[in-house]
Design a protein around this ligand. Sequence first.
Ligand code: FES
Length: 100
Amino acid sequence: MAKWRKAVAVDDFSTTYRFVVRRKEYCLYKLEDGIYATDNSCSHEYSPLNEGMIVDGDVYCPKHGSRFDIRTGAVKDFPATRPVQTFETKVEDGYVWVKC
Ligand code: FES
């Protein structure tokens, strides 16, 4: 069952942050309207999305360039065909929390 986990201080990252819980990787994204979280593995061939390029609320996978909507996890460009999972986030006392 998912529970809230303290990830990182809000001021300790600028764009993305890789967060690991029990060997599963998550990626946090700092966008203009808030902080979002997805699975860190691309749904195509598992490359780390925290190393991808962020443009207008989308992340481009660093390996083959699939594009995902950070807010919804939806695929916007191939070769990926499956979305990436998203997770709830909140900020409390200067820290980002992820429900995972
Ligand atoms: S591993 Fe991400 S697009 Fe191929």
